[in-house]
Structure formats: structure tokens, C-alpha cells
Design a protein around this ligand. Structure first.
Ligand code: KIV
Ligand code: NA
Length: 265
């Protein structure tokens, strides 16, 4: 087994091989995803919703993510393990550095992900200096749900789209290795993927991204109200492993996402 590295993700972008990503929260499903060819496993703070049963991701603690990252890391032999920085865990650079260190040292993460734009560039730079790979997260930032007043498509207005591009460039300049774009019009996501060096992984961001990610529970059809951009591969595939394989194949062959999963500007 050749483990997926940051360099391997960049190589996948340069040869236009779609990067297939999923969230995972425990050993069993991490191993199932790993053996099904998933390239990257994100221990998302979505665990607050799909594992803990909260309404939002806000209650999730750094210790929660450390615990779930430990479980996932034991199941991942090939996939790159990414841990999410939860709400209020990086309100300044020093706190962010400390908490990212916990996710890497105690959790066993190989990369951390954080929501935010250019205002996070100083932290991304410090993490990079300390050898911590960073995945940025733009578009819909669920930790801002109470400021946004709900979960909806981001970057439809021209100024918003321009700001998103400036944020992405600042984060890349600061050393980010990867970018997740959530709920962004397909055209904008495609433009960003084409103009950035770092791979862009989309969720509800259409077919022009360098890779895709979904919440595992949505893929397996165990979410009561799945978002429109998700697809339940579980009900048609026949079993968990078959469902995950079907998702990976669909991403690699670029048959998922389809037009019906995209948002227009
Ligand atoms: O927490 C999470 O699962 C995420 C993905 C949806 C990108 O941030
Ligand atoms: Na998240």
C-alpha cells in the first residue's frame, strides 16, 4: 500500500484524476472507506450532527475531534487523515497552533482543516512553518450558521465571488495545501479550481472541482434529510462496502456529481 500524501494529492490534480474523499468518525467505517479506495478521510466537525445528534457543529470540542481522529487513524492505511478544527478552536494564532498540534500529536491527523478566509492566513502560515499541512474551507462555513441565518449557497453575488477568490489566493499564498469549497455555484468552483495551484475538493460545488467530498452518512443513506448535493449510494449498491466503492467509482469516472447536484450562480 502506498499511502496518500500531500504531494500525491497535488499530483492527482496535475494529471486530472479526481480525488475521492469522505468523512469518517470511527475505526470500522474508516477501514471500510480506506479499503474501498477513498483517498482522503476527513474527521469533520459534522460529527456533532451525525454522531452526537446536535443541531449544528458548534458544540464539538477539540477533544471530541482528537478522540474520533484516533479511531479513524487506526483504520486508515492508505487514505490521508484530516482533522477538523472545531468552532472557537483557532480564535487567535497561538490557540490555533496549540489545538492543531493536539490533532496531529494526540489524534494522529496528517493535516488539519479550518474554516475561514484571508483572516486565517497568519495561522495557516504558522502551521505551515511548523510542518502542519492545512486544508482551507471556503463557501458555506457551517460554524458561522448563526451569522448566516441558515445553510445556503455562497458566492452567488459578484462581490462575494470576488472575495472568495481573494480569500483562496491569500490562503494558498500562506501555505494551504488543499481547499474545500462547500455549497458554491458550479461555475465559480470550476474557475477557482482552474486558477489555484492547490487541489480544490467540492461538496455541493459541482463537477469542475479537482475532487469531491460528502458526509459518509449521506452516502450511506442514513441521513433523514440529506442535502440536495448529496447522493444516497447505499440504497442501490447493496451493502456498505459496495456503496462506498460505488461513490469512489462515480467520483473517479466523473459521473458524480451530476447536473442535478449542482447549484447555479
Ligand atoms: O465537517 C465536515 O464534515 C466538513 C465537510 C462537509 C467538508 O467540513
Ligand atoms: Na466541518
Amino acid at each position: 500500500i502506498t499511502p496518500v500524501t500531500v504531494a500525491a494529492l497535488a499530483a492527482m490534480k496535475s494529471r486530472a484524476e479526481p480525488i475521492a474523499c469522505l468523512t469518517a468518525y470511527d475505526f470500522g467505517f474508516a477501514a471500510a472507506c480506506d479499503q474501498s479506495g477513498v483517498d482522503l478521510l476527513l474527521v469533520g466537525d459534522s460529527l456533532g450532527m451525525v454522531v452526537q445528534g446536535h443541531e449544528t457543529t458548534l458544540p464539538v470540542s477539540v477533544d471530541d475531534v482528537v478522540y474520533h481522529t484516533q479511531c479513524v487513524a487506526r483504520g486508515a492505511q492508505r487514505a490521508l487523515v484530516v482533522a477538523d478544527m472545531p468552532f472557537m478552536s483557532h480564535t487567535d494564532v497561538e490557540l490555533g497552533l496549540l489545538n492543531a498540534g493536539k490533532l496531529m500529536k494526540a489524534g494522529g491527523a496528517q493535516m488539519v482543516k479550518l474554516e475561514g478566509g484571508a483572516e486565517q492566513a497568519a495561522l495557516v502560515e504558522r502551521l505551515t512553518e511548523n510542518g502542519i499541512p492545512v486544508c482551507a474551507h471556503l463557501g458555506l462555513k457551517p460554524q458561522r450558521v448563526h451569522k448566516l441565518g441558515g445553510y445556503r449557497v455562497q458566492g452567488r453575488a459578484e462581490q462575494e465571488a470576488r472575495d472568495m477568490e481573494a480569500d483562496a489566493k491569500a490562503l494558498e499564498q500562506a501555505g494551504a495545501d488543499l481547499l474545500i469549497l462547500e455549497c458554491v455555484p458550479a461555475e465559480l468552483a470550476k474557475h477557482l479550481a482552474q486558477s489555484l495551484r492547490m487541489p480544490v475538493v467540492g461538496i455541493g460545488a459541482g463537477r469542475g472541482c479537482d475532487g469531491q467530498i460528502l458526509v459518509l452518512h449521506d452516502v450511506l443513506g442514513v441521513t433523514r434529510h440529506p442535502p440536495r448535493f448529496a447522493e444516497d449510494f447505499g440504497s442501490s449498491a447493496g451493502g456498505v462496502m459496495a456503496a462506498i466503492r460505488a461513490y469512489v467509482t462515480a467520483v473517479k469516472q466523473a459521473t458524480f456529481p451530476g447536473k442535478e447536484h449542482e447549484f447555479k450562480a
